[in-house]
Design a protein around this ligand. Sequence first.
Ligand code: UDP
Length: 381
Amino acid sequence: MKILFLDQSGKLGGAELCLLDIAKPYKDSCLVGLFADGSFKELLQQHNIPVQILTTQSIQVRKESTFLQSLGSISSIAPLIAQVARLARDYDVIYTNTQKALIVGALASVLTRRPLVYHLHDILSTDHFSSTNRYLAVTVANRCASLVIANSQATQAAFIAAGGRADMTHVVYNGFDIRNYQQHQLHSEQVCNQLGLAGKFLVGHFSRLSPWKGQHILLAALAQCPENVVAIFVGDALFGEEDYVQQIHQQVTELQLEKRVKFLGFRSDVIPLMNACDLVTHTSIAPEPFGRVIVEAMLCGRPVVAAQAGGAVELVETGKTGWLVPPGEPTQLASVIVSCLNQPEKTAAIAYQGQLAANQRFDLQVIEQQLTQLLNQVNIK
Ligand code: UDP
């Protein structure tokens, strides 16, 4: 099957890393069209996946845009739509991976009569989207898409609650090449030494720096933990959240955590870093649509504590395969960190159960089969 994948981002977020894995089996017959240049293009090229930057003009619809602003932007992207429509004639399916890609792909799909797939990686709720953008996404998907793939039940439920058609929506979790996660345990001591954090209880946070990802919650929790608990923050501000970066650095100073916290920026070696952690934390204060970092920590066999909302609730069974704590609640998070520190055997047993569960539920091969089945149905309609 020939697939034209579309994604608006040049940067590497969870949706893009998921698309990378989805596109791999189709690399001889697909094209990934991006609406911005950046590290995502380079990563696709490294994996020999055909990629093309389709526009150099940024599309000015923000998550909080009004209806008129959104409509104005659509008229300004007419050349992009025409280009996508030209390309789409050589493909069987248009597969859109982000909201702006959906809008462009939908219009191209109408022009070329190619079936449209929308892979929904966002919770369409007021936490993340203006009512206009929710309305646009749902209306366009309802009218034009043959298939909506939701990355969790939470994402699916929010789509349906916003008026999305339930009959064409299927939940497919992100898949992971599980072999990649089990090769780095031997080097964790070396990584801790390199970080200058050997002998400490190392807590990891792996997310772009953004208020809703809640790095400030982990900092507040850390201040309530013993001195030998330290943290690494892996990730960068991807979408202009520089104020937040300043805010959390100030928080580090105010809480006198300078010697206990390291910000490592964006890293492409997440797996060895996770393996070096004694505990991985997820602290989003708004519902997480899926939460790749949670599954990745489980696959590494590391204990994980996640914020109890959105897709995270589907990934972790609290007290069995990890822990869930109320979002935005540093004291309960601190209490889980301290109990992991004080009860290493129990913690390791839970991490092991988490790893078994994740290996079983998120194996890329199984997820690929689910996707292929769904895409075949779209293609023969
Ligand atoms: N990630 C990465 N380098 C970093 C920080 C994060 O490669 O420095 C990866 C992380 O391993 C995960 C993804 O980015 O695969 C983030 O996905 P998630 O679903 O957790 O959050 P999203 O970015 O989709 O909001």
